[in-house]
Design a protein around this ligand. Structure first.
Ligand code: BGC
Length: 744
């Protein structure tokens, strides 16, 4: 039996060792840049109240374009109204070629610099969430859910670097990425934007993105800001629908949702965007507990807090959490927002003035926000370099960058089933490629590509391959045919479809989901949509080797399809070079190495993450961490340097041998899990604590290590976020091996 919790002792221990329970962020006082502080204070002192409120206002570009869309044709009168009349300090969102971006941002910045009293440059925000996805012919990476299946932080870091190089020269300084919501609800329509269901995977992937994006030498003199979003609890709405209520106990919040944000803040992320939903009955935008107690005080965040789009107004209109916009604004300001993404109205500017005049918001509260915003502008070097730098914009969509996107996809795609049909051989001479995504670029790039819902086919890069065209390129000696899918409700057409497919030696069938964003992706049923099921069923009738490729943003249920197919690959939305990556895996040029960063459920009503509680059951179709290879790996000799930990400052080193026992070179992800055998706050059956991906040649063996550090690996937060380690037994597990040890 466990002895009683030693929380207090531990706290004393951390205090003595001066280990903060919540570590301080890099952007806290120790890292203060005095020249930035001085300039910020001087500027702040020179500003009028209206100018300050303008700095707290962010407007959508669609509000100042000629046709009111995201297309980059400026309506100069409207820009002047925003900047000169309302002193707006920030804009967001648009879409177009790099040339258009450069001209547009130069023109807008020029008005702010040359026509205003204080020449404060604008902060321009963009959602470059999978590469420079709002720039024509740029490099579109796989979406995050796919990327996280690589279990390789260097893949994320490269994606961040390429995105930074393609984004910075256009004057797009502020990226609303990465999404750090933990994707544990497969219904949630933004699952594909997350790094999967595990808090530590999300945390480490997010950290890799932020570190590279914000500290990228190759884009100097420009500096960029990432934005950790959406703080917090957005990803697990009870109904599964976007922006609907979440109920999350405080203990769960600290244990499962906070870690990615903690890593982001400890690594100096400059901004945080707030969750549009409500958590435990309080819209996050007006939650003093979330925005102040957790974000500012416990996590020590000192950067800029921005609302999500129109979300102060949504407190009234969506949540019925305030009577009117004025009340909502006061609540959001009191909770701690710095900038309001109002998008298309200037009401906020007027309301803020009134609230100050009525004495409800002291001007020093406004100063605190404006100080953070100006500081960010100085830190990013915007005052010195406010304009785009066209001569640096020559790398957009370069072959080098596209190769990085391909490498990312090749390392991320997961082989879920293979009865030996893959890699393809000379036996399959005639291959049919079919299904909804067989000959489409849009389906591979997914949403948030040139348009919020994904641009129409013609706008995707000319030189981008579809699965069909990439198959033809890769297999010039085979007959590759694109077989169009019939009307799924026409029985005769389906029979013909089956007959047509029966003429081939193998069928490559794409199934999944067309691109969607946010609420547009709400579903009532996790099963694959009926039309796609009918198409898949017809394909299965042809009794030929069937290779299924899942192009989808979340795990739609596919039990029958998996049973009746010969191979299954999960590709998610694999991006601009997704087709080449898939085809290289089909041909065996690339040995697949992705592992699921989420649980693939079997039942629509039983979706639990792998770190469920003991009283729950885990019956997935494919578990978290699952993924096959064209080679085999065996694990042996799991060893612990000790089986007893006498205090929290001691560590145990675990090691294990991993051998490639197959005939092909390959990559293996080593997943280290810890189980705390008994807990007063019940513990998950196991939790991933460390992961590492290694390359092993055929026949090669390596020893890999993991240091068990009690603070990081054995403690868990209580309902106040205070770490607890309970004395007693723990188990470490890696692949099929496990060992026990004790914390005394
Ligand atoms: C999304 C955010 C995004 C913002 C700006 C919102 O609808 O929730 O993730 O950053 O729009 O485009």
């Amino acid at each position: 039996m466990k002895q009683k919790s030693i929380t207090i002792l531990l706290l004393l221990f951390f205090i003595l060792l001066q280990i903060p329970v919540f570590s301080q962020s890099k952007n806290s006082t120790s890292a203060v840049n005095y020249s930035v502080e001085k300039k910020t204070e001087d500027l702040l002192a020179a500003m009028t109240l209206e100018e300050k409120i303008g700095q707290m206002t962010q407007i959508c570009f669609s509000t100042i374009t000629l046709d009111g869309t995201k297309n980059l044709d400026l309506n100069v009168d409207l820009v002047r109204k925003a900047i000169l009349e309302y002193h707006v300090g920030s804009f967001l969102s648009g879409t177009g070629s790099k040339e258009k971006w450069i001209k547009f941002i130069t023109d807008v910045q020029r008005i702010a610099i040359e026509e205003t009293r204080l020449s404060i440059p604008l902060l321009i925000g963009i959602d470059h969430i999978h590469g420079a996805n709002y720039v024509d012919n740029a490099t579109y990476f796989p979406h995050n859910l796919t990327l996280s299946c690589s279990f390789d932080t260097s893949v994320i870091s490269n994606a961040a670097l390429v995105t930074a190089i393609e984004t910075a020269p256009l004057g797009l300084i502020w990226n609303f990425a990465p999404v750090l919501d933990v994707g544990m609800n497969p219904y949630w329509p933004r699952l594909y934007e997350t790094f999967g269901e595990d808090p530590i995977v999300c945390a480490k992937m997010g950290k890799a993105f932020i570190n590279r994006y914000q500290n990228c030498n190759s884009i100097q003199p420009v500096k960029l800001s990432a934005c950790a979003k959406h703080f917090i609890g957005y990803s697990n709405p009870k109904s599964g629908w976007d922006r609907t209520p979440a109920e999350i106990s405080r203990q769960k919040l600290y244990e499962d949702y906070v870690p990615p944000f903690r890593y982001a803040i400890d690594n100096g992320v400059k901004s945080v965007m707030i969750n549009s939903g409500e958590v435990n009955g309080i819209p996050a935008h007006r939650s003093k507990f979330l925005l102040d107690t957790v974000l500012r005080q416990k996590l020590g965040f000192t950067g800029v807090v921005i609302t999500d789009i129109k979300d102060v107004l949504k407190i009234v209109e969506m949540h019925a959490g305030a009577h009117n916009e004025k009340e909502a604004t006061l609540a959001a300001i009191n909770a701690g927002i710095d900038m309001n993404m109002v998008c298309n109205t200037y009401n906020f500017c007027q309301i803020m003035k009134e609230l100050v005049a009525e004495g409800k918001i002291p001007e020093k509260r406004i100063d605190a926000s404006v100080r953070r915003i100006l500081r960010m502008k100085y830190e990013l070097g915007l005052f010195k370099n406010p304009y785009p730098i066209p001569e640096k914009a020559s790398h957009t969509g370069s072959e080098k960058h596209l190769k990085a996107a391909q490498h990312a996809a090749e390392n991320s795609i997961v082989l879920l089933k293979n009865n030996g049909v893959l890699p393809l051989t000379s036996k399959q001479q005639k291959i049919a490629v079919t299904g909804f995504a067989a000959n489409s670029k849009k389906m591979l790039n997914g949403a948030w590509t040139l348009e919020w819902l994904g641009a129409e086919e013609e706008r995707h890069p000319k030189n981008m391959q579809t699965l069909y065209s990439a198959m033809k390129n890769e297999f010039p000696d085979k007959t590759i045919k694109w077989v169009k899918t019939p009307d799924a409700d026409n029985k005769n057409a389906l029979i013909d479809f089956t007959k047509q497919l029966a003429q081939y030696d193998a069928i490559v069938l794409t199934v999944g989901e067309k691109p969607y964003s946010e609420f547009k992706g709400n579903i009532n049923d996790l099963n694959l949509c009926p039309k796609q099921q009918k198409i898949a069923h017809a394909a299965m009738q042809c009794e030929k080797p069937l290779i299924v490729i899942l192009i989808e943003g979340r795990p739609r249920l596919i039990n029958n399809i998996v049973n009746q197919s010969d191979a299954v690959l999960f590709a998610g939305y694999p991006g601009v070079r997704g087709a080449e990556a898939l085809v290289n895996i089909l041909s065996g040029t690339v040995n697949p190495s992705g592992r699921l960063s989420f649980t693939y459920p079997k039942y629509p009503a039983h979706c639990v993450p792998y770190y469920h509680k003991h009283s729950d059951k885990y019956h997935p179709l494919f578990p978290f961490g699952y993924g096959l290879s064209y080679t085999n790996f065996t694990y042996s000799n799991l060893t612990l340097s000790d089986t007893v930990l006498l205090s929290a400052d001691k560590t145990i080193i675990a090691s294990v041998n991993v051998k490639n026992t197959g005939k092909n070179d390959g990559k293996e992800t080593i997943l280290w899990y810890i189980s705390d055998k008994v807990g007063k706050i019940t513990r998950p059956v196991k939790q991933l604590k460390h992961f590492e991906k290694i390359t092993l040649k055929a026949g090669e063996e390596k020893t890999v290590f993991f240091r068990i550090n009690p603070m990081e690996t054995l403690s868990y937060p209580d309902q106040n976020g205070i770490p607890v380690i309970e004395k007693g037994g723990f188990t470490i597990q890696v692949e099929n091996l496990q060992k026990s040890f004790n914390f005394k």
